[in-house]
Write a protein of this length. Structure first.
Length: 327
């Protein structure tokens, strides 16, 4: 009888160890489409689900200035003992936004890089916040931080500093740089990249602790500064499309896209009132002359204002009698 109990106990112990030692199913590094969202909202808490439930949660006015621009993703992961562990350590993020969606870093003051590194950027240079979930040692922690507008460098129209403080003051702040670009060789859409995302944080005393990003959300204040930091496209659509590319420190690359539940609306409300000015160098008749032609499309910067539509084609008719000599 006792021998039978011992056999059953040994068998149960063996099964338990087998379950603990068995490798968990691993997904590939990357982000699935359902875990990537990007859009413009009337509040910072909106998601695709909330927008589908209530259309008014999304900001859709063509050429309008949305209160919030949101980009968020969650990496593929496996379940650990105390939290979700990402499949691979992320090194680089690239997000391509829809053509016509524009960010204007000149709408608010900047913070010098040296001031940013010292953690002393003024509130006036704050352009948004970040929310992150990271896997540290054996569990998940929530990290919050701020995003600041930095002076652009040559060839780089936009540059932000991202400061996150995990478990402050026990863990030193982590600072990242976001670089904004324009796709000049295609449809001129804007995209941004965050490079060299660290895989560890510094604990007091200089000790390094592993830190792996699981989720990330950037929330941009669309009406920062003058009120027109973000502007929607002036072309209406039923949905907008954004693209995400993530790369791991091991060199794995994953690409996905997302489509908003609602698109851009209200094109009938968008004004279009460009002006043209011709300034000749002389008023003398039949004289060789130079002239400057200036075309202005009004930029309406008020938070509640609707900007003018983007110009697609420009045709200028010179005054009668004025001719051009290509030689």
């Amino acid at each position: 009888m006792e021998a039978g109990k011992r056999k059953r106990a040994i068998l149960a112990t063996g099964v338990l160890w087998a379950l603990l030692a068995a490798p968990t199913a691993r997904a590939a590094f990357g982000v699935q489409e359902r875990n990537f969202e990007a859009g413009t909202c009337v509040n910072a808490s909106c998601t695709y689900e909330s927008v589908e439930h209530d259309h008014a949660e999304a900001f859709t006015q063509a050429a309008g200035h949305p209160p919030w621009g949101i980009t968020g993703f969650e990496l593929n992961h496996r379940q650990g003992l105390l939290g979700s562990e990402p499949e691979g350590a992320i090194r680089r993020v690239r997000v391509d936004v829809p053509p016509g969606l524009a960010a204007d870093p000149q709408a608010l003051p900047t913070c010098e890089p040296s001031v940013f590194e010292a953690g002393k950027c003024p509130a006036s240079a704050k352009v948004g916040t970040t929310e992150m979930t990271a896997f540290v040692l054996t569990s998940d922690i929530t990290i919050a931080g701020n995003v600041y507008n930095l002076p652009p460098s040559p060839g780089l129209p936009l540059r932000f500093g991202i400061e996150v403080a995990p478990l402050a003051p026990l863990v030193a702040p982590v600072r990242l740089y976001l670089e904004g670009h324009d796709a000049w060789s295609s449809d001129y859409h804007e995209y941004f990249e965050i490079n060299d995302i660290p895989t560890e944080a510094e604990v007091l005393g200089g000790v390094k602790a592993p830190l792996e990003v699981l989720k990330s959300k950037l929330l941009f204040d669309g009406r920062a500064g003058q009120g027109n930091f973000l502007t929607l496209p002036s072309v209406c659509s039923t949905s907008t499309e954004s693209h995400l590319e993530v790369e791991s420190w091991e060199g794995q690359v994953s690409r996905t896209q997302t489509h908003t539940p609602v698109g851009v609306e209200g094109c009938q409300n968008v004004p279009f009132a460009p002006t043209v000015t011709l300034a000749p160098e002389t008023a003398a008749a039949d004289a060789t002359d130079g002239a400057s032609v200036r075309i202005d499309v009004p930029q309406r910067t008020g938070p509640e204002e609707i900007d003018d539509a983007d110009a697609r084609d420009i045709h200028v008719t010179l005054p009668e009698g004025m001719t051009l000599n290509p030689s």
